[in-house]
Design a protein around this ligand. Structure first.
Ligand code: ATP
Ligand code: MG
Length: 137
């Protein structure tokens, strides 16, 4: 059993995709064990994307994630980390397979709608960052 972090980024919230994305997660028999709508602080987002510090797109992705409310969701299930990454699709929506969230609803890398943890270490770190109060799972 794994728990992973999903963020519906500001573009997804603005486009009213909260229900659609959450529906897909639940349809996969994964359990939502944490859920909130937040205006993320710059400090949280910089910590979230710490691995990308120094890269050319760092400022842009931080600004984007701070540009409006995001949904933070903790998702639990068997192989949840890989299952969710595969459902969300490739980072660049142009390479994302149709049927994935990005392949169905996104077109550009700077507005690719969701984040999901890449591995167990990242999932643990990100869940602590976004859910310091803990989850119900
Ligand atoms: P995320 O971490 O948001 O789930 P990811 O794990 O698929 O996405 P990362 O490599 O962690 O991709 O990149 C984080 C975010 O930074 C991406 O979602 C994307 O918006 C942006 N990004 C990544 N690579 C590039 C790039 N080459 N040019 C512009 N933006 C990029
Ligand atoms: Mg990533």
């Amino acid at each position: 059993m794994e728990t992973t972090l999903v963020l519906i980024k500001p573009g997804g919230v603005q486009r009213n995709l909260i229900g659609e994305i959450t529906r897909r997660v639940e349809a996969r028999q994964l359990k939502v064990v944490g859920l909130k709508l937040v205006n993320a602080s710059r400090a949280t987002v910089e910590e979230h994307y710490a691995e990308h510090k120094g890269k050319g797109f760092f400022e842009d992705v931080v600004n984007y994630l701070c540009s409006g409310p995001v949904v933070a969701m903790a998702v639990q299930g068997t192989n949840a980390i890989k299952a969710i990454r595969t459902m969300m699709g490739a980072t660049n929506p142009l390479e994302a397979t149709p049927g994935t969230v990005r392949g169905d609803f996104a077109l550009t890398i700077d507005d690719n709608l969701t984040h999901s943890s890449s591995d167990p270490e990242a999932a643990g770190r990100e869940l602590t960052l976004w859910f310091p109060e803990g989850t119900v799972g």
